[in-house]
Ligand binder design. Structure first.
Ligand SMILES: Nc1ncnc2c1ncn2[C@@H]1O[C@H](COP(=O)(O)OP(=O)(O)OP(=O)(O)O)[C@@H](O)[C@H]1O
Ligand SMILES: N[C@@H](CCO)C(=O)O
Length: 291
Protein backbone atom coordinates (compact mmCIF):
# COMPACT_ATOMS: atom_id res chain seq x y z
CA UNK A 1 0.00 0.00 0.00
CA UNK A 2 1.20 3.54 -0.78
CA UNK A 3 0.05 6.48 1.34
CA UNK A 4 0.35 10.11 0.21
CA UNK A 5 -0.45 13.39 1.97
CA UNK A 6 -1.60 15.96 -0.61
CA UNK A 7 -1.98 19.56 0.58
CA UNK A 8 -4.78 22.04 0.08
CA UNK A 9 -4.01 24.83 -2.35
CA UNK A 10 -5.15 28.33 -3.17
CA UNK A 11 -5.50 29.13 -6.87
CA UNK A 12 -5.60 32.40 -8.82
CA UNK A 13 -4.21 34.71 -6.07
CA UNK A 14 -6.34 37.45 -7.64
CA UNK A 15 -4.29 38.54 -10.63
CA UNK A 16 -3.33 35.04 -11.82
CA UNK A 17 -6.70 33.56 -12.78
CA UNK A 18 -6.31 29.92 -13.90
CA UNK A 19 -2.50 30.31 -13.74
CA UNK A 20 -1.16 30.99 -10.22
CA UNK A 21 -1.41 28.66 -7.23
CA UNK A 22 0.22 28.01 -3.87
CA UNK A 23 0.43 24.91 -1.68
CA UNK A 24 -0.77 25.40 1.91
CA UNK A 25 0.79 23.52 4.80
CA UNK A 26 -2.70 22.61 6.03
CA UNK A 27 -5.32 21.21 5.62
CA UNK A 28 -4.54 18.11 3.47
CA UNK A 29 -6.07 14.93 2.06
CA UNK A 30 -4.57 11.50 2.79
CA UNK A 31 -4.76 9.04 -0.12
CA UNK A 32 -4.04 5.30 0.26
CA UNK A 33 -3.83 3.03 -2.79
CA UNK A 34 -3.27 -0.67 -3.35
CA UNK A 35 -3.37 -2.68 -6.55
CA UNK A 36 -6.73 -4.20 -7.51
CA UNK A 37 -8.41 -5.73 -10.55
CA UNK A 38 -11.09 -3.06 -10.51
CA UNK A 39 -11.04 0.48 -9.10
CA UNK A 40 -13.03 1.17 -5.94
CA UNK A 41 -13.10 4.39 -3.90
CA UNK A 42 -13.85 4.78 -0.18
CA UNK A 43 -14.10 8.25 1.30
CA UNK A 44 -13.98 9.40 4.92
CA UNK A 45 -13.39 12.76 6.55
CA UNK A 46 -14.76 16.26 6.14
CA UNK A 47 -17.57 16.58 3.60
CA UNK A 48 -17.19 12.94 2.49
CA UNK A 49 -20.98 12.59 2.26
CA UNK A 50 -21.00 15.07 -0.65
CA UNK A 51 -18.33 13.33 -2.73
CA UNK A 52 -19.20 10.60 -5.25
CA UNK A 53 -17.45 7.23 -4.91
CA UNK A 54 -18.18 6.37 -8.55
CA UNK A 55 -14.78 6.54 -10.32
CA UNK A 56 -16.48 8.21 -13.30
CA UNK A 57 -17.48 11.14 -11.07
CA UNK A 58 -14.57 11.37 -8.63
CA UNK A 59 -11.44 13.29 -9.62
CA UNK A 60 -9.23 10.29 -8.79
CA UNK A 61 -11.05 8.15 -11.39
CA UNK A 62 -9.67 10.22 -14.26
CA UNK A 63 -6.17 9.82 -12.81
CA UNK A 64 -6.60 6.03 -12.63
CA UNK A 65 -7.60 6.01 -16.31
CA UNK A 66 -4.74 8.26 -17.41
CA UNK A 67 -2.15 6.11 -15.60
CA UNK A 68 -3.90 2.81 -16.43
CA UNK A 69 -3.57 1.97 -12.75
CA UNK A 70 -6.64 0.27 -11.26
CA UNK A 71 -6.61 0.35 -7.47
CA UNK A 72 -8.49 0.17 -4.23
CA UNK A 73 -8.37 3.82 -3.17
CA UNK A 74 -9.08 5.26 0.28
CA UNK A 75 -9.44 9.03 0.55
CA UNK A 76 -9.41 10.66 3.98
CA UNK A 77 -10.63 14.19 3.29
CA UNK A 78 -9.02 16.99 5.24
CA UNK A 79 -9.96 19.59 2.62
CA UNK A 80 -13.69 20.33 2.53
CA UNK A 81 -15.25 19.99 -0.94
CA UNK A 82 -16.42 23.19 -2.68
CA UNK A 83 -14.17 25.20 -0.36
CA UNK A 84 -11.94 27.12 -2.74
CA UNK A 85 -9.02 25.31 -1.13
CA UNK A 86 -8.46 22.84 -3.94
CA UNK A 87 -10.37 19.94 -2.41
CA UNK A 88 -11.03 18.12 -5.67
CA UNK A 89 -7.44 18.81 -6.76
CA UNK A 90 -5.83 17.50 -3.54
CA UNK A 91 -7.35 14.07 -4.10
CA UNK A 92 -6.37 14.04 -7.78
CA UNK A 93 -2.84 15.19 -7.00
CA UNK A 94 -2.43 12.66 -4.20
CA UNK A 95 -3.76 9.86 -6.39
CA UNK A 96 -1.40 10.79 -9.24
CA UNK A 97 1.65 10.69 -6.95
CA UNK A 98 0.49 7.49 -5.21
CA UNK A 99 -0.45 5.54 -8.35
CA UNK A 100 2.74 6.57 -10.14
CA UNK A 101 4.64 5.03 -7.22
CA UNK A 102 2.38 1.97 -6.84
CA UNK A 103 2.68 1.02 -10.52
CA UNK A 104 6.27 2.22 -10.86
CA UNK A 105 5.35 4.39 -13.86
CA UNK A 106 8.48 6.51 -13.45
CA UNK A 107 6.81 9.82 -14.32
CA UNK A 108 8.27 13.04 -12.92
CA UNK A 109 6.25 15.34 -10.67
CA UNK A 110 5.94 17.76 -13.60
CA UNK A 111 4.64 14.96 -15.85
CA UNK A 112 1.95 14.21 -13.27
CA UNK A 113 0.46 17.74 -13.34
CA UNK A 114 -1.56 17.40 -16.61
CA UNK A 115 -2.64 13.90 -15.54
CA UNK A 116 -4.06 15.16 -12.24
CA UNK A 117 -5.63 18.11 -14.07
CA UNK A 118 -7.82 15.64 -15.99
CA UNK A 119 -9.55 15.06 -12.65
CA UNK A 120 -10.47 18.75 -12.46
CA UNK A 121 -12.20 18.46 -15.84
CA UNK A 122 -14.53 15.87 -14.28
CA UNK A 123 -15.88 18.35 -11.71
CA UNK A 124 -15.57 21.81 -13.26
CA UNK A 125 -15.54 21.13 -17.00
CA UNK A 126 -11.97 22.39 -17.61
CA UNK A 127 -8.64 20.69 -16.93
CA UNK A 128 -7.19 23.76 -15.20
CA UNK A 129 -3.92 22.92 -13.44
CA UNK A 130 -3.63 25.83 -11.01
CA UNK A 131 -4.61 23.70 -7.99
CA UNK A 132 -3.07 20.35 -8.92
CA UNK A 133 0.29 21.95 -9.81
CA UNK A 134 1.01 23.33 -6.31
CA UNK A 135 -0.45 20.26 -4.61
CA UNK A 136 2.02 18.07 -6.54
CA UNK A 137 5.04 20.39 -6.76
CA UNK A 138 4.65 22.61 -3.68
CA UNK A 139 5.52 26.32 -3.40
CA UNK A 140 4.16 28.99 -5.76
CA UNK A 141 3.32 27.65 -9.21
CA UNK A 142 2.66 29.19 -12.59
CA UNK A 143 0.68 26.78 -14.78
CA UNK A 144 0.21 27.71 -18.45
CA UNK A 145 -0.63 25.81 -21.63
CA UNK A 146 3.13 25.45 -22.19
CA UNK A 147 3.94 23.84 -18.85
CA UNK A 148 4.46 24.65 -15.20
CA UNK A 149 7.06 26.58 -13.21
CA UNK A 150 7.41 26.40 -9.44
CA UNK A 151 9.17 28.60 -6.89
CA UNK A 152 9.95 27.55 -3.32
CA UNK A 153 9.12 30.47 -1.08
CA UNK A 154 7.91 31.35 2.40
CA UNK A 155 4.86 33.59 2.76
CA UNK A 156 2.55 33.60 5.83
CA UNK A 157 -1.13 33.22 4.94
CA UNK A 158 -4.59 32.98 6.46
CA UNK A 159 -7.17 30.91 4.59
CA UNK A 160 -10.63 31.63 5.96
CA UNK A 161 -13.35 29.12 5.02
CA UNK A 162 -16.97 30.25 5.62
CA UNK A 163 -19.89 27.84 5.83
CA UNK A 164 -21.13 28.87 2.39
CA UNK A 165 -21.21 26.48 -0.57
CA UNK A 166 -19.78 27.76 -3.87
CA UNK A 167 -18.99 25.16 -6.53
CA UNK A 168 -16.24 25.87 -9.02
CA UNK A 169 -18.67 25.11 -11.84
CA UNK A 170 -21.04 27.87 -10.62
CA UNK A 171 -18.24 30.33 -9.90
CA UNK A 172 -16.90 29.92 -13.44
CA UNK A 173 -20.27 31.01 -14.84
CA UNK A 174 -19.83 34.54 -13.39
CA UNK A 175 -16.38 35.10 -14.91
CA UNK A 176 -16.63 37.91 -17.51
CA UNK A 177 -16.07 36.78 -21.11
CA UNK A 178 -14.24 39.93 -22.19
CA UNK A 179 -11.87 42.44 -20.57
CA UNK A 180 -10.89 46.03 -21.33
CA UNK A 181 -7.32 46.85 -22.31
CA UNK A 182 -7.08 49.07 -19.21
CA UNK A 183 -7.99 46.16 -16.91
CA UNK A 184 -5.61 43.83 -18.75
CA UNK A 185 -2.70 46.23 -18.34
CA UNK A 186 -3.45 46.58 -14.62
CA UNK A 187 -3.70 42.81 -14.20
CA UNK A 188 -0.43 42.09 -16.00
CA UNK A 189 1.32 44.63 -13.78
CA UNK A 190 -0.15 43.09 -10.65
CA UNK A 191 0.71 39.54 -11.70
CA UNK A 192 4.30 40.56 -12.41
CA UNK A 193 4.54 42.31 -9.03
CA UNK A 194 3.17 39.22 -7.29
CA UNK A 195 5.67 36.94 -9.04
CA UNK A 196 8.60 39.10 -7.99
CA UNK A 197 7.20 39.13 -4.45
CA UNK A 198 7.09 35.34 -4.39
CA UNK A 199 10.70 35.10 -5.62
CA UNK A 200 11.79 37.57 -2.93
CA UNK A 201 9.51 36.06 -0.23
CA UNK A 202 8.11 39.57 0.28
CA UNK A 203 4.52 39.65 1.69
CA UNK A 204 4.13 43.34 0.81
CA UNK A 205 4.76 42.79 -2.90
CA UNK A 206 2.68 39.61 -2.98
CA UNK A 207 -0.24 41.33 -1.25
CA UNK A 208 -0.07 44.32 -3.58
CA UNK A 209 0.12 42.08 -6.63
CA UNK A 210 -3.04 40.16 -5.71
CA UNK A 211 -5.30 43.08 -6.69
CA UNK A 212 -7.53 42.06 -9.60
CA UNK A 213 -10.14 44.14 -11.44
CA UNK A 214 -11.23 41.28 -13.75
CA UNK A 215 -12.53 38.14 -12.03
CA UNK A 216 -12.52 38.79 -8.28
CA UNK A 217 -15.26 41.47 -8.17
CA UNK A 218 -17.83 39.10 -9.75
CA UNK A 219 -16.85 36.21 -7.51
CA UNK A 220 -16.85 38.35 -4.35
CA UNK A 221 -20.61 38.80 -4.79
CA UNK A 222 -21.09 35.06 -4.14
CA UNK A 223 -19.50 35.41 -0.67
CA UNK A 224 -21.67 36.92 2.07
CA UNK A 225 -19.67 39.58 3.94
CA UNK A 226 -16.73 39.62 1.48
CA UNK A 227 -16.07 43.38 1.60
CA UNK A 228 -16.28 43.57 5.41
CA UNK A 229 -14.01 40.54 5.88
CA UNK A 230 -11.49 41.98 3.43
CA UNK A 231 -11.46 45.37 5.19
CA UNK A 232 -11.12 43.72 8.61
CA UNK A 233 -8.15 41.64 7.45
CA UNK A 234 -6.41 44.68 5.93
CA UNK A 235 -7.02 46.69 9.13
CA UNK A 236 -5.44 43.83 11.13
CA UNK A 237 -2.29 43.96 9.01
CA UNK A 238 -2.93 41.82 5.92
CA UNK A 239 -0.97 43.04 2.92
CA UNK A 240 -3.55 41.69 0.45
CA UNK A 241 -6.83 39.78 0.48
CA UNK A 242 -8.64 37.96 -2.31
CA UNK A 243 -10.97 35.09 -3.11
CA UNK A 244 -9.21 31.74 -2.74
CA UNK A 245 -9.72 29.71 -5.90
CA UNK A 246 -13.36 29.82 -6.90
CA UNK A 247 -14.38 30.66 -3.31
CA UNK A 248 -15.98 30.75 -0.83
CA UNK A 249 -12.67 30.75 1.09
CA UNK A 250 -10.80 34.02 1.30
CA UNK A 251 -7.02 34.21 1.33
CA UNK A 252 -5.07 36.86 3.22
CA UNK A 253 -1.33 37.44 2.85
CA UNK A 254 0.41 38.88 5.90
CA UNK A 255 3.65 39.18 7.81
CA UNK A 256 4.21 36.37 10.32
CA UNK A 257 3.51 38.32 13.53
CA UNK A 258 0.15 39.59 12.19
CA UNK A 259 -1.24 36.19 11.21
CA UNK A 260 -3.20 35.51 14.40
CA UNK A 261 -4.79 39.00 14.42
CA UNK A 262 -5.71 38.70 10.75
CA UNK A 263 -7.36 35.32 11.35
CA UNK A 264 -9.35 36.66 14.30
CA UNK A 265 -10.45 39.75 12.37
CA UNK A 266 -11.69 37.66 9.45
CA UNK A 267 -13.63 35.29 11.72
CA UNK A 268 -15.20 38.20 13.62
CA UNK A 269 -16.24 39.93 10.39
CA UNK A 270 -17.88 36.78 9.05
CA UNK A 271 -19.62 36.30 12.42
CA UNK A 272 -20.98 39.85 12.19
CA UNK A 273 -22.72 38.70 8.99
CA UNK A 274 -24.03 35.54 10.73
CA UNK A 275 -21.64 33.34 8.78
CA UNK A 276 -19.78 30.60 10.62
CA UNK A 277 -16.22 30.19 9.44
CA UNK A 278 -12.90 28.62 10.31
CA UNK A 279 -9.50 30.14 9.73
CA UNK A 280 -6.33 28.23 8.88
CA UNK A 281 -3.21 30.10 9.96
CA UNK A 282 -0.93 28.66 7.34
CA UNK A 283 1.94 29.30 4.93
CA UNK A 284 3.22 28.23 1.55
CA UNK A 285 4.37 24.63 1.86
CA UNK A 286 5.81 21.54 0.16
CA UNK A 287 3.79 19.50 -2.28
CA UNK A 288 2.45 15.95 -1.95
CA UNK A 289 4.50 13.72 0.32
CA UNK A 290 4.76 9.92 0.21
CA UNK A 291 4.39 8.86 3.85
N1 LIG B 1 -11.97 13.47 -4.57
C1 LIG B 1 -12.76 14.53 -4.49
N2 LIG B 1 -12.58 15.43 -3.50
C2 LIG B 1 -13.39 16.51 -3.38
N3 LIG B 1 -14.42 16.78 -4.20
C3 LIG B 1 -14.64 15.92 -5.23
C4 LIG B 1 -13.82 14.77 -5.42
N4 LIG B 1 -14.27 14.12 -6.52
C5 LIG B 1 -15.33 14.81 -6.98
N5 LIG B 1 -15.56 15.89 -6.20
C6 LIG B 1 -16.63 16.89 -6.41
O1 LIG B 1 -16.02 18.12 -6.75
C7 LIG B 1 -16.77 19.20 -6.24
C8 LIG B 1 -15.83 20.07 -5.42
O2 LIG B 1 -14.88 20.63 -6.28
P1 LIG B 1 -14.78 22.17 -6.47
O3 LIG B 1 -13.77 22.40 -7.52
O4 LIG B 1 -16.15 22.73 -6.66
O5 LIG B 1 -14.27 22.64 -5.03
P2 LIG B 1 -12.81 22.86 -4.52
O6 LIG B 1 -11.92 21.85 -5.16
O7 LIG B 1 -12.83 22.89 -3.04
O8 LIG B 1 -12.57 24.34 -5.00
P3 LIG B 1 -11.42 25.16 -5.75
O9 LIG B 1 -11.04 24.32 -6.94
O10 LIG B 1 -12.10 26.42 -6.08
O11 LIG B 1 -10.30 25.36 -4.83
C9 LIG B 1 -17.86 18.61 -5.39
O12 LIG B 1 -19.05 18.61 -6.15
C10 LIG B 1 -17.42 17.18 -5.15
O13 LIG B 1 -18.49 16.27 -5.00
N1 LIG C 1 -8.81 28.72 -11.47
C1 LIG C 1 -9.95 27.99 -10.98
C2 LIG C 1 -9.61 27.48 -9.62
C3 LIG C 1 -10.76 26.81 -8.94
O1 LIG C 1 -10.81 25.47 -9.21
C4 LIG C 1 -11.13 28.95 -10.91
O2 LIG C 1 -10.96 30.01 -10.32
O3 LIG C 1 -12.19 28.65 -11.44
Amino acid sequence: MITVRAPATSANLGSGFDVFGVALDRPADIIRVERAERTTIEITGVGSQYIPTDPEKNTVGAVVDALDAPARIEIDKGVRPASGLGSSAASAAGAAVALNELYDRGLSRTDLVPIAAEGEAVVSGTAHADNVAPSILGGFTIATADGVESVDTEIPLVACLPEIAVSTRDARRVVPETASMEDLVETVGNAATLSVGMCQADPDLVGRGMADPLVTPARAELITGYDAVREAALDAGATGVTVSGAGPSMLAVCRGPDRRDVATAMLDAFAAHDVEARAYQTQISDGATIL
